[in-house]
Design a protein. Sequence first.
Length: 262
Amino acid sequence: MFHALTSGKVDTGQLRLEPVVADFHTLNDKASRGELEVTAVSAHAYAYARQKYLLLRSGASFGQGYGPVIVAREPMDPQQLTAATVAVPGVTSSAYLVMGLWARVRTRLLPFDKILSAVEAGLVDCGLVVHEDKMKLELSGLTCVLDLAAWWAQQTDNLPLPLGCVVVRRNLPPDVQRQLERMVQESVRCGLAGRTEAMAAAYRAAGRLEAELMNEFITRYVTELSVDMGSRGRAALEEFLRRGHQAGIIPQALPLEFAPLE
């Protein structure tokens, strides 16, 4: 989504951009302190950064039938998860929030790239995995105990599951916020239109993924909702955060507040 923006294909005007490449846990943490002017964050983490940031309509990632799953070494009934220990990649991830909406379980924090191996080795009962990790399950020999994206769709009349979004700091001038919105949207459009080049850049940045898995990952999570979440994406994000607050997991994060367009 951001290849065109970081490679000089999008006119940034007088703005000078400094890319910060980090995992979502790190970016969520930085956003909670307001460290970055514009950043991607987990949809869940927006609830903790809301006082410092406004949402962009572009750059978001939603799962439509795809998303977090809980895996184990052997088949088990999902209800057994309430007595199991589940390795999770971070407590501000969207995967963590949707799991909390399903049920409260005992968790253990692990780096996201260590979860599958920890489950395989029997260090934890189960693991909460997201995005590309889900696509590697066939290679690992693990089994899916609970598909949280499917559960979310059943609960919400098939709304997409909010995973990530882009936010801009509130103290930026409105004209800069509007410019950043345009720039991010143009970058996403360029990525979808020039898929081959953007894919090659993404593969270089995450070389641990095989090309076929990377292609599947991008096809699933970079969509027209990433260009503009629109009313459907907004409704999904509102429902996600509303349910999180009602469940006592996150602070009030509604109404959603977006950067100005005009």
